[in-house]
Design a protein around this ligand. Structure first.
Ligand code: FEO
Ligand code: CA
Ligand code: CA
Length: 650
């Protein structure tokens, strides 16, 4: 997210104590472990388009284990506007903001002066790429679908005159630059020869105006009914799509994060609005000036129809995205999925806002044969939990179930729908742990340990704010940390044991609270997170570009992606972490995924050149990036291969 927002990501005033990749069936089996092997027979490949993934059970990859073999990218002397990978690797740009997504017969070229219309933008890559998955076509590591999020827009770059002209067309273009891309990619030449399919039967853009269905316990709830949708089951669009998840049946989960900044609130917000940060002057994106549904003074319930996890079938371009209310409403960062030994799906979700929570959803039913068609209802039924981290290293999952504990009508929850729309308030009442901005979650496919990035929290321990606690141990936490836990039994357990995997920082920092315990290459503000099938942990960072080079961040390079063998974590120090990639100036490194053979890595570079003043002035002379092609900086998907054809990171 834009760093301008970080100061606003705090609306939890409650008094409680503070504190994927499944498109390949083989990994699914790994997630369930040996005990689940017999259950594997119950599960067919989710679709004909899936399957055939290399895993650590393939000899060539199994022999590598978690070993990391590349030479760290050295610390750059200054913030440079290039993308750097280790010697022996090649990176090239694949899919930039404005590139046509590949809908047959509709290939609007990108206009370097940003003069593409809203209608053209709706057929091109959106802005600000984030979470991403590669859905193999027929198991191929040479042809597949990239499903990726376009989190938000920099309207200073999106329009020829920046925001100097602001009317319905500009709002429509901003709406069209949000959402999700489904883009078909293919490797046409050896090595790094990937390209976008020019005309794909799968290609699709979903935007903040695409009709979506609302499903699950809150569908049709009075809190979700609007003048345009009296039934409360249909909503236009998905927005602020941050990280993601992938279901065992081969669909994509896109997570709506900081939706509140799209809504203009009243001068005197009510209790519910205030808890979610809705306020007068809060409509940062200024859509409400020309799209009245984003004006909560006129349509107060539209705001409740965002903040959900959205399920998308990437293989059916005619399918309607579905907002899954059973997974709760939050500033959803991501949705990492696993399975219990008996085949139920488990989804871990962080909420990226200061002093908010970490959630887990466990489905009622097991995954069935037959892909999405057979599992359409699976995410509508189950139990949502919120995490409480105890000081002794144990933890509990507290059920967010109407009628249990304080979640009753007497406390303002009429039914389960209201518990889900007001997930934060329900979590407050249960005494869940207030975290330091939970970003991505990830599951180790080999041992089922779960990780979460806590990116930073400059307000931790500040006057009037929650104090440090066991799980969030640093006041003025500029550098962030990564937690790891193991469930007490299977993934549906209600107790777990947690530890700090690493405290990010710089050992040379003069301030003890910013030193951390990294062994290897330094970083701050961990955000993106993924464990690849052989168990290597990949970390993307998101230090505010305007903060880099200053204060605690003085010695950090541009944002980066790092790799780690988790088994190197030692009691006396953190794990050994190596710098794999440094992004261009002003960018964030996010959304990473590999092909099934682990020989191609796709990475998203978000908001190169980000600086707050650009939003108002596209000709801003202080612009710090022209990546990747000169001219306006463009977020882009990058493809990385090893020159000897080997496994990425080996
Ligand atoms: Fe969209 Fe919290 O990053
Ligand atoms: Ca993020
Ligand atoms: Ca972030």
């Amino acid at each position: 997210m834009p760093k301008d927002f970080s100061l606003m990501e705090d609306s939890n005033r409650s008094a409680n104590p503070s504190l994927h990749q499944v498109s390949d069936p083989a990994r699914r089996v790994l997630l369930r472990g040996a005990a689940g092997a017999s259950a594997a027979a119950l599960l067919a490949p989710a679709a004909g388009a899936l399957g055939g993934c290399a895993t650590p059970t393939d000899p060539a990859i199994a022999s590598l284990g978690r070993r990391i073999g590349f030479a760290s990218v050295p610390m750059p002397a200054s913030a440079t506007d290039t993308l750097t990978v280790p010697p022996g690797y090649t990176a090239s740009v694949l899919y930039r903001w404005g590139d046509p997504v590949g809908v047959p017969g509709a290939m609007p070229a990108f206009a370097p002066d940003a003069s593409n219309s809203a209608a053209e933008q709706a057929l091109q890559a959106g802005m600000h790429h984030d979470g991403m998955h590669y859905f193999a076509i027929e198991g191929s590591s040479r042809r597949g679908l990239l499903a990726l999020n376009h989190e938000y827009t920099d309207d200073g770059l999106l329009h020829p005159q920046g925001m100097a002209i602001w009317g319905p067309e500009q709002v429509a273009k901003s709406i069209a630059a949000h959402g999700v891309s489904i883009a078909e990619v293919e490797r046409k030449a050896p090595g790094n020869g990937w390209q976008l399919a020019r005309a794909s039967r799968y290609a699709r853009r979903i935007t903040a105006a695409t009709p979506c269905t609302i499903a699950g316990p809150a569908a049709g709830h009075p809190l979700l009914r609007t003048n345009a949708d009296p039934g409360g089951t249909r909503v236009l669009g998905t927005l602020n799509n941050c990280a993601h998840g992938v279901t065992p049946w081969g669909t994509y989960l896109s997570c709506e994060e900081n939706f509140v900044f799209y809504f203009e609130g009243p001068v005197r917000p009510d209790t519910h609005q205030r808890r979610w940060g809705l306020q007068a002057g809060g409509g940062f994106f200024r859509w409400h000036e020309h799209e009245k549904r984003f004006d909560a003074r006129l349509e107060p319930n539209e705001f409740n129809r965002f903040g959900w996890v959205v399920e998308i079938d990437p293989f059916d371009p005619q399918s309607t995205p579905i907002k899954r209310t059973a997974l709760g409403r939050a500033a959803h960062e991501g949705a990492a999925t696993g399975q219990t030994d008996d085949g139920r799906v488990v989804v871990y979700m962080g909420e990226d806002a200061r002093f908010e929570y970490i959630y887990k959803f466990v489905s009622r039913d097991a995954v069935r044969r037959g892909g999405f068609k057979a599992n359409r209802e699976l995410l509508n039924h189950g139990t949502l939990y919120v995490a409480k981290f105890e000081a002794d290293g144990s933890g509990r999952w507290l059920p967010l179930v109407h009628g249990q504990g304080p979640l009753t009508a007497a406390h303002g929850f009429a039914d389960q729908g209201e518990v889900l729309v007001k997930t934060r308030q329900a979590s407050d009442l249960l005494g869940a742990t207030k975290m330091d901005r939970a970003e991505w979650t990830a599951i180790d496919p080999i041992n089922k340990e779960i990780y979460v990035t806590l990116t930073n929290n400059s307000q931790r321990g500040a006057s009037g704010q929650p104090a440090v606690d066991a799980a969030n141990p640093r006041a003025y936490n500029t550098m962030g940390h990564i937690l790891r836990w193991r469930e007490d039994g299977d993934l549906d357990a209600t107790r777990f044991a947690w530890t700090h995997f690493v405290l990010a920082g710089d050992p040379a920092n003069a301030r003890p609270g910013a030193r951390g315990n990294i062994r290897g290459d330094i970083f701050g503000s961990p955000d993106g997170l993924w464990v690849d099938p052989r168990g290597v942990l990949w970390i993307g960072t998101d230090v505010s570009p305007t903060a880099l080079g200053k204060g605690d961040y003085a010695r950090l390079p541009n944002n980066q992606m790092l790799a780690c063998d988790p088994s190197t974590a030692a009691a006396e120090g953190g794990p050994d972490i190596r710098r794999f990639l440094v992004g261009p100036a002003g960018s964030e490194v996010t959304g990473s995924v590999m092909t099934p053979d682990l020989r191609t890595l796709f990475v998203n570079i978000q908001h190169p050149g980000e600086s707050p003043s650009e939003r108002a002035d596209p000709a801003n002379p202080s612009r710090i990036s022209n990546w990747p092609d000169g001219g306006r900086p463009r977020s882009a998907t990058v493809v990385i291969t090893k020159d000897d054809g080997g496994v990425i990171g080996s």
